[in-house]
Design a protein around this ligand. Structure first.
Ligand code: ZN
Length: 158
């Protein structure tokens, strides 16, 4: 079972109809608050960021991203796949452009990977991207099926 399937299996109500709905599912699965918000503080070129706090998670996405749900799906991928994210204090520091170049080595330390350098980091990004692609593809399928079901339900009522 893929991680996307596992996530969708935990979804309740119409959470699985959208990425933002599934934020609630991830929150429940992890048993701690997860907030998602637009943020202008991110370093240039950064689409999104997951802040891994002591007792809560926060996902930020840049105001200019064309598809926020896709960016959020990518960050949910990091969370669900068990990557480590950035502790809040470090995330704050790394949102500064001058700190940006330390990000790669920092993230690798967080993941306990001491060799391989950029390749390991790239693999994490590829995994999160793969998750986001599958999730968005399956959500659009669910959305079509659901609206068709709702339409037929309404037709019965009317
Ligand atoms: Zn990423």
């Amino acid at each position: 079972m893929s991680e996307v399937s596992r996530l969708l299996a935990h979804a309740r109500g119409n959470e699985s109809a959208s990425v933002f709905g599934l934020v609630r599912t991830v929150e429940r699965m992890r048993g701690r608050p997860l907030t998602v918000r637009e943020s202008a503080e991110l370093a240039p070129g950064t689409f999104g960021l997951w802040r891994n706090g002591h007792d809560r998670d926060e996902v930020l996405y840049a105001p200019w991203v064309a598809a926020p749900d896709r960016t959020v799906a990518h960050e949910l991928g990091h969370i669900v796949l068990g990557h480590h994210g950035l502790p809040v204090e470090e995330a704050a520091r790394h949102t500064l452009p001058s700190e940006w170049h330390d990000m790669a080595s920092f993230m690798l330390r967080q993941c306990g990977q001491d060799s391989g350098g950029d390749e390991d980091l790239l693999q994490l990004e590829r995994d999160a991207e793969g998750f986001a692609s599958e999730l968005c593809r399956r959500i659009s399928g669910v959305g079509r099926a659901r609206s068709a079901r709702i339409r037929s339900h309404f037709n019965e009522i009317l």
